[in-house]
Ligand binder design. Sequence first.
Ligand SMILES: [Fe+2]
Length: 211
Amino acid sequence: MSQNLSMLFSVPLWTFKAESPLVLNKQLLQAVKEEKKMDSGVSISNRGGWQSHGKLHFKEEFKNLVDLINEHLLQVGKDYGFGAMSSKLKVTSMWANINDKACSNAMHSHQSPVGMPNPLVISGCYYVKVPKNSGQFVLEDFSRPMRYLQLPFQEQNLMNSYTIKVPPKEGSVLFFPAWMEHSVEANHSNEERVSIAFNVALINQPMQKKL
Ligand SMILES: [Fe+2]
């Protein structure tokens, strides 16, 4: 890249790996399957498949995952610019997703309405089981005018992209801004794709509308 080039804006995406993913994933897969037996599921962003209720973070079976998330929240908060307030970042919802063959998740974001006492600031996802071709995680920046332009770029880079695809990896946890639009491609494998998503709020710091 040219030394005369400066990048102006950026969107963060953090990726961390579990220390013992095989052990953790076996335990979480079992917990998700047990949960499915008791919960008929909800339909929010999922197109087909099964999505659980959002209170998994209160359950003992998911404590190891909450611990893994908490281990990294302080760093994520500080990187993002919350400073000492980063200690007020807490997981406030967590749900499991099972995408069977052909199932996907539509484009959406997790932004809180203005005035909520504990605004959502970060969302994330942990990958329990991701067979080959079971769907990439897609982030999309709707604010970029290049969405409506067809320019003859010869290569894709951060300056000319409004969509970024992230290949999910078992045992990895992603953190990204809650306002960021995202989706999951259709599962083209014959096996189920299992992930656990979560929201992180800034406790007791109501979000105000900028005038
Ligand atoms: Fe989502």
